[in-house]
Design a protein around this ligand. Sequence first.
Ligand code: BGC
Length: 735
Amino acid sequence: MKRNFILLLLWAVALPLFAQTPVYLNSAAPLEDRVEDALQRMTLEEKVAMLHAQSKFSSPGVPRLGIPENWMSDGPHGIRAEVLWDEWYGANWTNDSCIAFPALTALAASWNPEMAALYGRSIGEEARYRNKNVLLGPGVNIYRTPLNGRNFEYMGEDPFLASAMVVPYIQGVQQNGVAACVKHFALNNQELDRDHINVQVSDRALYEIYLPAFKAAVQQGGAWAIMGAYNQYKNQHCCHNRYLLNDVLKRDWGFDGVAVSDWGGVHDTQEAIDNGLDMEFGTWTNGLDWGKSDAYNQYYLAQPYLQLLKSGQADEEVLNDKVRRILRLVFRTTMSPNRPYGSFGTPEHAAAGRRIAEEGIVLLQNNRNVLPIDLSEMKHILVVGENAVKRMTVGGGSSSLKAKYEVSPLAGIQARAGNAVRVTYVRGYESPAEREQDVKGAKDPQAKTIDAVALRTEAVNAAKQADVVLFIGGLNKNPGQDCEGADRAALELPYEQDLLIADLVKANPNTVVVIISGNAVAMPWVAQVPAIVAAWYNGAEAGNALAAVLFGDVNPSGKLPFTFPARLQDNGAHAAGDYPGDGRNVVYHDDIFVGYRWLDREKIRPLFAFGHGLSYTAFQYGKAVAGKSKITAADTLTVTLPVKNAGTRDGAEVVQLYISDRKASLPRPLKELKGFKKVFLKAGEEQTVTFTIDHAALSFYDDAKGAWIAEPGEFEALIGSSSANIKTKVKFTLQ
Ligand code: BGC
């Protein structure tokens, strides 16, 4: 009785307190109610303040109302180290060394959406722990040319694959109360002239190739933020591009999140106001120049906007729409009641990175079964190449990381080989940047020059003594390689690696070439080298993951997320002479024929095809059977086939479904990826793989109608182990 009375009394005291809690602070209130309530409490100045940066990576909250600041971080492979408030220099914190995850190319090469979910969840936890509420990633710009310096941050050449992989990544990040900021919207397919080049592309290519992964990110992934691109489209910068932001993203796709500018990607206040930009960030302190004081107030969406509002030249409702979006972001992240606490630099995250890396490594060639290496048969393993020891989590531009640790390929190989086998290392070649680093402060100017011949000779002599040679080279994250801000100069490997590889394999036929890169490279020595591995930039656990594959602890199951053309001119962007444009415009004459779509049309054999990747076991594909032979537009079609692991090792195969539209009113690619399944099969095991083909899989974008259509007629489902290795086909008719 007495207890009830006390409870009643407490309730009577507490009720008015609850009643007074503003709706925006009531975490149980519906999101839109919180947004409206906060908005109507804000002054004009407070609203405008939220629209632009206050430091390199943060923007103001509303201090008076207790609404927190927004803190962003690159992305997309780990949580970037803290930089100074106004500068790009590291702030020298000692608690910000992250787990470096594999590059997004590696993730895409896993062809496993479960790995994307694991990646997103893990990096989201790291971001959350570091109190970031926006992760600047993932990137889903389509791989159009192998020269693009930023391909390693993206998910390959195919819109279906990139869409399937980006969705779970975003969901994983956002379940931590951290927004994924998908970038760079859109058509940012080269770094050369990136800040102004105007892309001219057909509507078909835009909708069929360049937009689908963004659309999936928004509509299926539910991304809370998106970043505009530096380049132009329709002669308007993408960060304030009316068509892309207002018409496509916000109107057609119903995006209710925040459109963030790329850093320094804004060029005009009126366009930024009118054309759908919500938040402005800057590479430079005032968005334009270096080091001006009070610079953030000079941003396009700062004082200039406030003045227009105050003088009645700008409509406050347009401002309110932007602020609503930013408030939504805050309530979804920092002020969300369901926000977990995250974790940082954990062994679990490292293990997640390793799993992703192991699933993404691609065995490109394995003649004479040189791989896996049987350690019991080895006395001496020689490792050659700068990439065996070079730190790859550093460099590459904004994705550069301060990693808690990084296991180099050499360290991984040594650790796995143990004491029973002698592992020796020679450099074989050296990159100028690394050389500079090595001889820093050296008085002798000669020390700076690289004697490539001497390095090569040393490696070749050593190769003659070894049981097996592991050459570990490729590209690196230095400018002009896989690095933001510039493109590569050529498809060929740099630093005379081709000469070295050719000499090594002559000296020792048991030479394995491991290419570490985020891009395709030419391989003039492909016929001589028995085994070739694509190992990407694999983050903290790179060396361990590579060793696990080389020595057979892990059976490789990665598949290429982009084509390796034999020559640059075998790629559509280069065949037509489009790339890199005339400095002002770049015309995409390759149109919808990007990647394998081009090679298929031109009947060009790739060096290694999109979707290609070998295993240490062998898979047998049975005959594909369609559930029925005719379908209607409202229907779906089931195609099944048995796939068997016919070898003696457990392994995984990525079974790929391509659709071929045999006759259409508009040109169509010979085939397009419309489904894939990664199946794990024990030695001897057989499984039935099922694909469901829907209307979308049969459709193309009709630019005259401005709509996706599927034309009645005959189609073919092609199922195979790569885009160039179709194992079984089945025809069906759309009525
Ligand atoms: C890059 C973005 C990055 C931003 C912040 C820009 O230069 O294009 O991808 O998120 O910098 O570092």
